[in-house]
Design a protein around this ligand. Structure first.
Ligand SMILES: [Zn+2]
Length: 80
């Protein structure tokens, strides 16, 4: 895992992570639709900052962080 932002939004090295991120982003964009354009048009760290600014998303963020941590602490071949 390179850093938290990479794991959150950029890493394509693990199919479980990609699937979980897709679900997280779909839920996020459903609740705050403007974040979809942000994700496509601004750097990842800025996009992550915008996600954190919406407290309606914090439960989703907490769930996603938990799942990323679980993936990162799993077998060494996860390749995050
Ligand atoms: Zn990676």
């Amino acid at each position: 895992m390179e850093d938290e932002c990479h794991a959150f939004l950029d890493c394509w090295g693990n199919t479980s992570l990609i699937a979980r991120r897709t679900c997280f982003l779909e839920q996020t964009w459903r609740l705050v639709p403007t974040l979809r354009a942000a994700y496509c048009n601004i750097p990842s760290l800025a996009s992550l900052d915008r996600i954190f600014q919406h407290n309606i998303l914090w439960p989703l963020v907490a769930e996603y962080v938990y799942e990323l941590t679980y993936l990162a602490c799993g077998t060494s071949e996860n390749g995050l």
